[in-house]
Design a protein around this ligand. Structure first.
Ligand code: ZN
Length: 95
């Protein structure tokens, strides 16, 4: 499956997934059901591993669709406390 981008004149761009090579030149808009034309974009090719690609996609998506959190994560998923400074850093002057 590949992700193709379409553009509705009234509602803007949206993406639709179809098998490679079978994208229709027009597709019904999910908002207004009008005919939206296919637009050509750069292919999203990546040499990153699947988990790394998923992390990159999640980070990019969080820029405009941040996850809403209503509670703290479970104790196992929390970040560990910051490490103690090294002995060399302890000797540095403090403000
Ligand atoms: Zn539309």
């Amino acid at each position: 499956m590949a992700l193709y981008q379409y553009l509705c004149d009234d509602d803007g761009p949206f993406e639709a997934s179809s098998p490679i090579g079978t994208a229709a030149p027009r597709r019904p808009c999910p908002t207004c059901s009008g005919a939206a034309r296919r637009v050509f974009t750069a292919p999203a090719l990546s040499r990153a591993s699947r988990p790394a690609a998923a992390a990159i996609e999640r980070a990019e998506r969080s820029a405009h669709e941040p996850d809403v959190v209503t509670s703290l994560p479970p104790a196992g998923r929390r970040r560990p406390a910051p490490a103690q400074p090294s002995p060399a850093q302890r000797r540095l002057p403090r403000p």
